[in-house]
Design a protein around this ligand. Structure first.
Ligand code: MG
Length: 161
């Protein structure tokens, strides 16, 4: 994905997440007074998201079409906020909390999709990353030779294809 180096979102990203140490110790649910334990694996988060969904929206929780549409809706809300910053309509600082909220809304629906599919996203991630590695990782024998170091197209993103 191309990221404009002058983008306020990019600067915000760096300001807020540039220090990855902050991500090593996430707040625990109990610290926020929310019941349900502190999942430590994605599979546990998948189960927790689906439990919440089944409790709060029992008629729709296991509906793949509904969850997928909801995922796309939240991704659209995320994109709309980023668009407003990119357009210059709103300061990045003002929209940053909302951008994070829409990103996590998207994440929650994605976890529900994995629950319905019965797939462990960690396993699926590692399998896909291995595919991407073979596809995109520069070939050390060709790095610096001026030739593309990957087989096939060098454009696009790891999620394509
Ligand atoms: Mg939302």
């Amino acid at each position: 994905m191309y990221v404009n180096p002058r983008s306020p979102i990019k600067r915000e990203y760096h300001d807020h997440f540039g220090d990855a140490r902050r991500l090593r110790q996430p707040l625990k649910n109990r610290e926020g007074g929310v019941p349900g334990g502190d999942p430590v694996t994605l599979q546990e988060i998948v189960a927790q998201c689906m439990r919440d969904s089944a409790t709060w929206f029992p008629d729709k929780a296991f509906d793949l079409a509904f969850q997928t549409l909801s995922l796309c809706g939240e991704a659209g809300e995320l994109a709309n906020k980023v668009k407003k910053v990119e357009r210059g309509s709103d300061p990045a600082n003002d929209l940053f909390p909302g951008i994070v909220e829409e990103a996590i809304d998207t994440f929650i629906y994605l976890m529900d999709v994995f629950a319905i599919l019965g797939v462990d996203p960690e396993e699926a991630y590692h399998a896909k990353r291995a595919t991407n590695f073979r596809r995109f990782e520069p070939d050390p024998t060709t790095v610096g030779s001026g030739r593309p170091g990957v087989s096939g197209s060098v454009s696009g993103s790891p999620g394509e294809g």
